[in-house]
Design a protein around this ligand. Sequence first.
Ligand SMILES: Cc1cc2nc3c(=O)[nH]c(=O)nc-3n(C[C@H](O)[C@H](O)[C@H](O)COP(=O)(O)OP(=O)(O)OC[C@H]3O[C@@H](n4cnc5c(N)ncnc54)[C@H](O)[C@@H]3O)c2cc1C
Length: 243
Amino acid sequence: MTASVHPTFTPRLLSVRDEVPGVRVFRFASPPAFAFVPGQFLMFHFADDPKTWRAYSLCSAPGCAAEYFEVAVGMVGAFSERLGRLTPDAEAGLCARGPFGRWTYDGSAEHAVLVSGGTGITPFRAMVLLKAGGGAAGRLTVCCSARTPELLLFRSEYADWQKAGAGVVARITRPDESTRRWKGPVGRWTAPDIAAIAADPAAVYYLCGPNKMVADLREGLQAAGTPPENVRTEKWGDYSDLF
Ligand SMILES: Cc1cc2nc3c(=O)[nH]c(=O)nc-3n(C[C@H](O)[C@H](O)[C@H](O)COP(=O)(O)OP(=O)(O)OC[C@H]3O[C@@H](n4cnc5c(N)ncnc54)[C@H](O)[C@@H]3O)c2cc1C
């Protein structure tokens, strides 16, 4: 019998912080010889409930994977809320397996345009950090969105991302009285918006977030002539109403 290439391990939580209201970033110590490609995810479960698994995308720098990895999790349901109650070094029975996934970015695309809704930005952070660490030669443009400015994930890092050569354009999808100081674009991303920002018929699009957002953008980009192989999608669930 051969050993599994994805053995289950017990991740040790090093730290946890609130990135924005309702989204927590967990940093875990890596198991031996851990490595991943941006876009990949881990599967987590609790030992007392082995049938309930959830996927979380790796959002930290691939170059730090030998030491630690991070996931950013929206507190939206039973599993994520149980994760959200974890504290460093407490015995919690959390188990993990991976990394999995072929929706990856290795830096070889000449221009990748990364489009997200809400927590869908998390794998894109790993892609940008690959570039910041010198591991990606291609051009990157991040097109992210959140309901309000205070819910934009990793906003404090945008300046560093730009210094590393990644463009960032953020949109607010639920402008209201409380967001009147927001000067950026508003409304959900549409295919013409992102094609105009890309301004590059050869761009490769990575789309990540709620199913409907991803499906609509894919359809719109392809209808406008983007080759299907240049539209790479990752659907996380049926929660478009939250955006
Ligand atoms: C490949 C992959 C990678 C993923 N990576 C991440 C990640 O990095 N961070 C993350 O927060 N989630 C991620 N998800 C979603 C995650 O796996 C769970 O579906 C999510 O945490 C909900 O699980 P739950 O048990 O807490 O709530 P559930 O009871 O399963 O779901 C509650 C509701 O929340 C919706 N929902 C699911 N995901 C989200 C979300 N991200 N934001 C808002 N609503 C959501 C569900 O569709 C459902 O309507 C990923 C999913 C996939 C398939």
